[in-house]
Design a protein around this ligand. Structure first.
Ligand code: NAD
Length: 498
């Protein structure tokens, strides 16, 4: 079993209490990594390392060209180490190597390069004498010590989505990956060091959210919490951070609808919804989980999507011909199965799946599952299942489709399938989601924001919007007139001028 240590102040270190935990391969159910578990005293050491590194300016006061160079080198080294990272990612999470090698990792590398470029282009209003007597200008400054708390579904990509904008903006950070998948995030420490990122700027610690994560959130020297995770975790973090009015960035759950209008290119919609729902075995916050299909195309869509689901190849995540790996854990398997069984009990019709695939005797595999005859208010339509499960519902009018699509607590992602651009644009205005795709589902780009509304959280990953969130805006105002008694002083002291 390979061992991994914490990364604090530029060094790989065991936990101060020498506790470790085991990471299990979800495809084989065998232990594959032994990982050092951080103690509360390690949280303190990591925060103090980040605090010192922030205040002495070893990172925040570097010439921006140098900060950029280190991040570009980080990206290059990530690329050079890709074989190692891809394999570790597949082993710890069960993700197919195909997805990591051709999607998660290249996108993470691109993300680092994007933020390395953006950091030299800080934005604000122009300096001017807005009130005539004073010159005003904006300073964009880093927030300070940032805690980045990441989920298990895209371990390396979520780690990079957190650290790239935070470091680009000049912050220092403590990254805490999910305990179930900490390996690839911990591997980033030595890569960052080799890239020349100074010690203490990036610290990575592993341990349970309820203790280690919570301690980070409550720590008085942590200025900002950036979480990607469950909505329930977002609520806990909001209340834990409230006493110190911490800056929060919350990327939470989703329940994305796909709407197939009567004029859609049906083949494209079938393929797009199948891919958009099966991605990462459905463990994706933007996954298409519920599809509303115009009644006139409903049966054809259903036949097509069942066929597409049947084509998905489940198997060894390390094989390049595997489409779907297992889900991440037995607990996740049970959660998915619970939603499916409940929907069937309530009267839903199981068209496919709802079981362990018969040809796979071990591993947390869940067969691609399609359910129809469900009702809008059922948990399987309203809540995050986070598995390869699709519900398909018919609708009659555009207004009905919109109302059903918006009728959930979440607001992260959505898609509309139509050949009519005007209708697509109308839906893009009316859908209450942070992301609307027209005739596709899933693609993202480093230049454009990713974030939710409603209970999917607030704040954005990717894009300059994200960079802005990891900075503070300071207004500096300088008097230019050199008068002792200024024209406005009378409003507080003195008579109204005649
Ligand atoms: P989770 O909320 O259980 O855990 C996320 C992280 O928070 C982990 O590192 C965990 O240890 C930590 N944590 C848990 N409780 C904590 C607490 N009280 N204080 C501090 N930290 C705590 O989520 P998960 O199960 O790892 O990931 C799946 C969830 O993430 C899904 O809801 C999914 O939709 C969401 N997600 C959202 C996005 C997005 O961009 N909006 C992207 C990926 C995943």
């Amino acid at each position: 079993m390979q061992s991994l240590l914490l990364w604090i102040n530029g060094k790989a270190v065991p936990g101060s209490e020498h506790q470790t935990f085991v990471v299990t391969n979800p495809a084989t159910e065998e232990p594959v990594y032994e990982v050092a578990e951080a103690s509360l005293s390690d949280v303190e050491t990591a925060v103090q390392a980040a605090k010192t590194a922030f205040h002495d300016g070893r990172w925040s006061k570097l010439p921006l060209s140098e900060r950029q160079m280190h991040l570009l080198r980080f990206a290059d080294l990530l690329e050079a180490n890709q074989d190692k990272i891809v394999e570790a990612e597949a082993r710890q999470s069960g993700k197919p190597v195909k997805l990591v090698r051709y999607s998660d990792l290249p996108f993470s590398i691109d993300n680092l390069r994007y933020f390395a470029g953006q950091l030299r282009n800080l934005e604000g209003q122009a300096q001017s004498e807005y009130n005539g007597a004073h010159s005003s200008w904006i300073r964009r400054e880093p927030v300070g010590v940032v805690a980045g708390i990441a989920p298990w579904n895209y371990p390396v990509m979520m780690a990079v989505w957190k650290l790239a904008p935070a470091l680009a903006a000049g912050n220092t950070m403590i990254l805490k990956p999910a305990s179930i998948t900490p390996v690839t995030a911990l591997m980033l420490g030595s890569i960052a060091k080799e890239a020349g990122i100074p010690d203490g700027v990036l610290n990575i610690i592993a341990g349970p959210g309820r203790t280690i994560g919570q301690a980070l959130v409550q720590h008085p020297d942590v200025a900002m919490i950036s979480l990607t995770g469950d909505t329930a975790t977002g609520r806990q973090i909001m209340s834990a951070g409230a006493s110190r009015v911490k800056r929060l960035h919350l990327e939470l759950g989703g329940k994305a609808p796909a709407i197939v209008l009567n004029d859609a290119n049906l083949e494209a919609a079938i393929r797009g919804v199948a891919v958009g729902s099966l991605v990462n075995s459905g463990q994706d916050c933007t996954a298409a989980t519920r599809v509303y299909v115009h009644r006139s195309r409903y049966q054809d869509f259903l036949d097509g999507v069942v066929q597409a689901y049947r084509e998905a190849r489940l198997g060894d995540p390390l094989s390049l011909s595997t489409d779907l790996g297992p889900v991440v854990s037995q607990a996740q398997w049970q959660k998915i199965d619970g939603y499916v069984k409940n929907a069937v009990k309530m009267g839903g019709k199981l068209l496919l799946g709802g079981e362990r695939p018969p040809h796979l005797s071990r591993g947390h595999y869940y067969a691609p599952t399609i359910i129809t005859q469900v009702e809008q208010h059922w948990p399987i339509v309203q809540e995050e299942v986070f598995g390869p499960v699709l519900v398909v519902l018919p609708f009659n009018t555009d207004a009905e489709a919109l109302a059903l699509a918006n009728d959930v607590d979440y607001g992260l992602a959505s898609s509309v399938w139509t050949e009519n651009l005007r209708r697509g644009l109308y839906f893009s205005r009316e859908l209450a989601f942070g992301e609307v795709w027209l005739n596709d589902h899933l693609p993202l780009t480093s230049e454009m924001p990713h974030g939710g509304v409603k209970q999917s959280g607030f704040g954005h990953d990717l894009s300059r919007y994200s960079l802005d969130e990891y900075t503070t805006v300071k207004h500096v105002m300088a008097d230019l007139n050199n008068e002792t008694v200024k024209g406005w002083h009378f409003t507080i002291l003195g008579d109204v001028p005649e």
